[in-house]
Write a protein that binds this ligand. Structure first.
Ligand code: PXP
Length: 241
């Protein structure tokens, strides 16, 4: 099965919020990404609302044809939004107010109760739950302590791999591979993302256990020169090697 692509459209909203303008519209961008072959759309609703707004998620709901994946922190405020808007899936991510982007995976080992409570509420609302985790076996094995079926899958943080210098890249890639295998052995869906571009995606998209990639910043950047349809098409070709 070919690896699927979920396009993160946060930075379409970043551009809009930079001028507090009514454009560009993330919902129009989502339609173009799906038209070009993306099977899902991802947005991160941050506490500071620096890019995506609740209204964007509300409007995306009925318009996204594939999966709508909402990234949120485990805060009460965000859980209430997810319960109301009920996207296809929620990815629980750590969030620090002054970070430029998500800096690492959840510390599931240290926050197991907090994550369990959040996941239980989301499951109750009929929303699939995924966790953003570093490629660290301890974090992935901690899913076993959450309870059967509470979490459907997890997304491996590829940031370290994408930043690794030549000597370290294969070691970082191996961590992603091992993590993917650990997830698959547990019957979990395995996703990956962060920092992926059309030059570093090939090695990740050939890991058989990884079914879907979440890619945002590169695609929206690339769309300045290629257009979003062209950027998604280029990425899908790179994912096929
Ligand atoms: N996955 C998660 C959990 C993220 O927070 C992000 C960034 O919002 C991505 C994937 C996509 O990363 P990038 O924008 O670097 O492609």
């Amino acid at each position: 099965m070919a690896t699927r692509l979920a396009v993160n459209i946060d930075h379409v909203a970043t551009l809009r919020q930079a001028r507090m303008a009514p454009y560009p519209d993330p919902i129009a961008a989502a339609a173009i990404a799906e038209e070009a072959g993306a099977t899902g759309i991802t947005v991160h609703l941050r506490a500071d609302r620096r890019h995506i707004q609740e209204e964007d998620v509300r409007r995306l709901g009925p318009r996204v044809r594939g999966t709508l994946n909402l990234e949120i922190a485990t805060s009460e405020e965000m859980l209430a939004v997810a319960e109301e808007l009920r996207p296809t899936q929620v990815s629980l991510v750590p969030e620090r107010p002054d970070e430029v982007t998500t800096e690492g995976g959840l510390n599931l080992v240290g926050q197991i109760e907090e994550v369990r409570r959040a996941a239980e509420r989301l499951r109750q609302a009929g929303v699939a739950v995924s966790l953003f985790l570093d490629p660290d076996p301890r974090q992935i094995e901690a899913i076993d302590h959450l309870g059967e079926g509470l979490v459907g899958g997890f997304e491996i943080n590829t940031d370290r791999y994408t930043r690794a210098k030549d000597g370290d890249r294969s070691a970082q890639l191996e961590k992603v591979r091992v993590s993917a295998r650990l997830g698959h052995q547990r019957g979990l869906r395995v996703y990956a993302g962060h920092g992926l571009t059309h030059t570093n995606v090939g090695a990740i998209s050939t890991i058989p256990e990884i079914e879907e990639l979440n890619i945002g910043h590169w695609l929206i950047s690339r769309s300045i020169t290629l257009g979003l349809h062209g950027a998604v098409t280029e990425m899908l070709a790179a994912m096929k090697g």
